[in-house]
Design a protein around this ligand. Sequence first.
Ligand SMILES: *Cc1c(COP(=O)(O)O)cnc(C)c1O
Length: 370
Amino acid sequence: VIFWLPYDAPPWTKGLKGVPSHKVELAQCNTPIQRWNLPGVPDDFEIFIKRDDLTGSVLSGNKVRKLEFLFADAIKQGCSSIITCGGTQSNFCRATCICAKTLGMKAHLLLKTDKDPADVPCAGNYLLDHMVGAHVYFLPTNLGLHEDVWPRMRQLADTIEKETGKKAYTTPPGGSTSVGMFGYVNAFHEMTKQDAFESITDVVSATGSGGTAAGLIVGNHLTGNKVKLHGMVVSDTGPFHHNEVNQMLRDVELQKADGSGLTSEDSINLLDGPIGAGYALSSQDELEFIRDVAQHTGIILDPVYTGKSVFHLVKQLQTNPGMFKGKKIIFLHTGGMFALFDGRMQDVFAEASQKVTVWKEFTDKAPLKV
Ligand SMILES: *Cc1c(COP(=O)(O)O)cnc(C)c1O
């Protein structure tokens, strides 16, 4: 495979266990860090945005950084297909099946929904899944990950191996394993090389399955804890994610089996408010906020992760400024905009049709509306 290259890990990762030996080059890296004139931010704060929404077009967001390592691992193990799971609008599932196609592999997606296939609109991420011909399975939403979903992923992997003689790689939702996590160890290194941490005091990102948080924690810890990390929890709960992150820290041996050493609890401030109505559920306020941010700054946030995170970030800046280590904050834009295209913005722009100028006839004066 042409894209499969040895991974030149940052020198400070040397003592870690399981540093990936290879990486598949799929992400457009060195994404810019820009000043962000976010509305509602108190005057004494400066907000910057790390544009990981620009890591690609359909292969964009934080997931492609994790997939560079997950696919390298899959290839190393001789796998020719990949199995993962998520919701119907999962960014990880979308990115996984597109990566798979790019590398000539097959993707099997276990998507949780109680709807009939005929009732799920082919829109947003789910449209892209079908565009690249992913094999899609619908699972009831009440299934537990460890009790129900993992056994099915393993069974599917076994069946694929028996019937085709080729191995299948399985990866959990969000690709948050100690392998996928290296996407954000690497991104942290990239930000260091961009001199981001010379003046930045805080880094804020969305937390959905913990891999991004874990990578940032490892990078921050091994380079001298220059910044305070904050994770806006948009699925499950803070304690749930601390557990997941701790597992990844144990896998790389920054934490011992007895829980001593580096802990997630001491390394990141996980906030439980941002989830709002529930995972992937939007309130009208959040959707209008996403519209307002776009209209003020040209930055498109997604409804499931970054929109909720920034909505909550602004609230915290206004009501709890002491939570931050300092006044210069980077928000990590982790992508995900395709979920905006699933129809949920319809009501926000219901009156937009009234603002459209219908211009049929050419007259002596342009029908300008200001
Ligand atoms: C998955 C995802 C996240 C959360 O990252 P985790 O590593 O799963 O915590 C944030 N933003 C977007 C757009 C995502 O798709």
